[in-house]
Design a binder for this molecule. Structure first.
Ligand code: 13P
Length: 255
């Protein structure tokens, strides 16, 4: 299948940024800038902003996501949020397995798999993050590591469910560092992920899979990254906090 037939998705990951008034202002500024987007536009916001952003985005083409969810439906899990709590609000997307959660909050491939399955069971679209650390790249194990992360995260996920999975390749060394992977590096690993999907599922599933690049993607470098044959979109941190910058990336993906 041709890349042009896959859904391009540009998602902002606001991380731990924006109060409710700031969140509302950012979405209001973004709405007119992305209203004619030729790709899907998602903003993944802090839990405390979900209601505000859902309300502000109502009637627009901006879709709303959270940045994590727990794998149990309910219970004694202080500080956690379930997938059902998100869908009940109207949230459609959730980021799972972001490297910051892996690095700072003990997230493992096994818990990423559990969260992914819970989110899919609740009907959410999962933005599943994988990516190597600098030492992995220097040791020459990027491809094996990212393939393994992908396989474990998707263990027991059915081919039907896969239609609601987006994979984000985010090299950890490129996140928030201003050090972007080259377009070739990004494309190479996205192709490895696609080959992994083909191995585990089949060619049709691999051809249909939206694979994003994330890591210091910005208004200046987005077009080159997004032009790569296996890069179908972006997961954007810093540059998603400024509406004009984010909209330039959306425009680049719309071509
Ligand atoms: P930056 O775009 O700030 O590097 O963050 C990327 C990221 O982690 C998106 O999830």
């Amino acid at each position: 299948m041709n890349k042009a037939l896959r859904k391009a998705v540009i998602a902002g990951n606001w991380k731990m940024n924006k109060t409710r008034p700031e969140a509302k202002a950012l979405v209001e500024e973004l709405k007119p800038l992305v209203k004619d987007a030729g790709c899907d536009v998602v903003v993944c916001v802090p839990f405390t902003n979900l209601e505000t952003v859902l309300d502000a985005a109502k009637g627009s083409n901006i879709k709303v996501g959270a940045q994590n969810c727990h794998f149990e439906k309910s219970g004694a899990f202080t500080g956690e949020i379930s997938a059902d709590m998100l869908t009940e609000m109207g949230v459609e997307y959730v980021v799972i397995g972001h490297s910051e959660r892996r690095q700072y909050f003990g997230e493992t491939d096994a818990t990423v798999n559990k969260r992914t399955k819970a989110a899919l069971a609740a009907g959410l679209t999962v933005i599943l993050c994988v990516g190597e650390m600098l030492e992995d790249r220097e040791a020459g194990i990027t491809d094996e590591l990212v393939a393994l992360q992908t396989k474990v995260a998707l263990k027991d996920v059915t081919k039907e469910q896969l239609a609601k999975v987006i994979i984000a390749y985010e090299p950890v060394w490129a996140i928030g560092t201003g050090k972007t992977a080259t377009a070739q590096q990004a494309n190479e690993v996205c192709a490895v992920i696609r080959a992994t999907i083909e191995k585990v599922y089949d060619k049709a599933a691999a051809d249909a899979m939206t694979i994003q690049y994330g890591g210091s993607m910005n208004a200046g470098n987005a077009a080159e990254l997004l032009a790569q044959p296996d890069v179908d979109g972006g997961l954007i941190g810093g540059a998603s906090l400024k509406a004009p910058d984010f909209s330039v990336i959306v425009d680049a993906a719309s071509k």
